[in-house]
Design a protein around this ligand. Structure first.
Ligand SMILES: Cc1cc2nc3c(=O)[nH]c(=O)nc-3n(C[C@H](O)[C@H](O)[C@H](O)COP(=O)(O)OP(=O)(O)OC[C@H]3O[C@@H](n4cnc5c(N)ncnc54)[C@H](O)[C@@H]3O)c2cc1C
Length: 371
């Protein structure tokens, strides 16, 4: 018997019902990066979403998804954000790795990776940045050399969020050393338990260690670890990074919640702080309109990311200032303040977003590029 897919309104009711019954079991909405030590809790929630038909809502059925529309997906994401429960965990797995595999992968790669990722059984990390290749990612030096029917990978990655709690990684490595640098990069899927993969936690000023350095020494990958064509990794990564910016910048409801919290904490503040708060509130409302207006590609993800990460910092600074000197020492205000600058860097720095906006929106002359 063929059953009709739910209308958007029917679907909304089922989402609200699910949230009402399960919100208590939800972990906090950590945003794009799940703390490595919270893996079990995060993946239990992802499994629950899957079992109730809320994982991969808009993915095609043959990719393990529910086969519904983008509108259904938006309803689900917005209802979760309004309730303060996560709509996905392991963004790298469900947005970046899955996006690359769905768009550029083979049927075998889709069958192997997509269902367990949706079920919360496979956690992914992003092995892109290197000590000398961050904003200028195309200067990466990790190599993958074809030896018979396997690739041998050597190099070092850094700032790899959650590497030590990950099962698989998406890797950019140089396969063609003698061609223009953007054309010599390929995109691979790496089993993080492979021999020769070593992770070392990096301690941040928050006191946490959310990311790792990853050392790759003679790591052997099967030939079919390659996604897309050999040497096409740059284009493939740009598509995945744009979706990362869209995901980070698109967190309108989360920004709205922080703005509301700021207003509700406003009772005992000075006239000067009140003035500052109102200015932040107006800027925040403008950013919300920008985030909600954004289109699927072009410079919109950069505009959204820039606006929301700047406000993340300004709001954290305001909350800490308004609470007085003791808030600088300990507690949530201090933690928010030292965590906020990371948002300027993750997913492409604010200066790089400004370059993109300057060139693609305002038509300014191109910034000089490194060789
Ligand atoms: C919280 C967090 C999570 C992260 N997670 C991951 C991850 O999981 N995987 C991963 O691969 N990477 C990750 N990163 C790394 C991130 O992608 C890089 O930090 C970022 O690309 C910047 O690179 P960099 O740190 O080497 O800084 P650099 O590129 O060295 O930049 C240093 C400074 O120079 C400025 N700058 C550089 N180039 C230009 C330019 N052309 N014009 C103007 N200014 C410029 C930058 O804006 C910055 O202020 C993460 C970073 C953070 C903060």
């Amino acid at each position: 018997m063929i059953t009709e897919p739910p209308t958007v309104e029917q679907f909304r009711e089922s989402v609200l019902d699910f949230i009402a019954r399960h919100a208590e079991d939800a972990p906090p909405d950590w945003g794009p990066i799940m703390p490595p030590e919270e893996r079990a809790r995060g993946m239990a929630w992802q499994r629950l979403l899957h079992d109730h038909g809320f994982a991969g809502v808009h993915w095609p059925v043959e990719h393990g998804g529910r086969g519904l529309s983008e509108a259904h997906h938006r309803v689900f994401a917005e209802a979760c954000q309004a309730a303060g429960v996560p709509s996905i965990l392991n963004m790298v797995g469900l947005v970046l790795a899955a996006g690359a595999i769905r768009t550029f992968g083979t049927d075998a790669q889709r069958a192997e990776h997509l269902p367990p990722t949706l079920r919360g059984e496979r956690v992914w990390c992003q092995l892109f940045s290197e000590p000398d290749a961050g904003s200028d990612l195309a200067s990466l030096t990790t190599t993958a050399v074809l030896d018979g029917d396997r690739w041998i990978v050597n190099g070092q990655k850094v700032w790899t969020s959650g590497a030590r709690a990950s099962d698989w990684g998406i890797l950019m490595a140089r396969t063609e050393p003698d061609v223009p640098r953007h054309q010599g990069i390929s995109f691979f899927l790496v089993d993080m338990r492979s021999s020769g993969v070593q992770t070392r936690p990096l301690r941040q000023m928050t006191g946490d260690a959310e990311f790792d350095e990853v050392f790759l020494t003679d790591v052997e990958l099967p030939f079919d670890a390659l996604v897309g064509e050999r040497g096409q990794g740059w284009n493939l990564a740009m598509v995945t990074l744009t979706s990362e910016r869209g995901h980070i910048g698109g967190a309108a409801r989360s920004l709205e919640r922080r703005l509301d919290r700021m207003l509700s904490a406003a009772a005992d503040i000075s006239a000067a702080d009140r003035d500052r708060m109102l200015r932040l509130h107006v800027e925040g409302r403008a950013a919300l309109h920008l985030l909600r207006r954004r289109g699927p590609d072009g410079a919109h993800p950069s505009l959204g990311k820039l606006a929301s990460t700047r406000l993340t910092f300004d709001l954290a600074e305001f909350v800490a200032d308004a609470q007085g000197a003791h808030a600088m020492l300990d507690g949530p205000a201090a933690a928010g303040l030292v965590a906020a600058p990371g948002a300027w860097f993750g997913g492409g720095t604010s200066q790089v977003q400004q370059n993109i906006i300057g060139e693609r929106v305002l038509g300014l002359p191109r910034e000089p590029r490194p060789n």
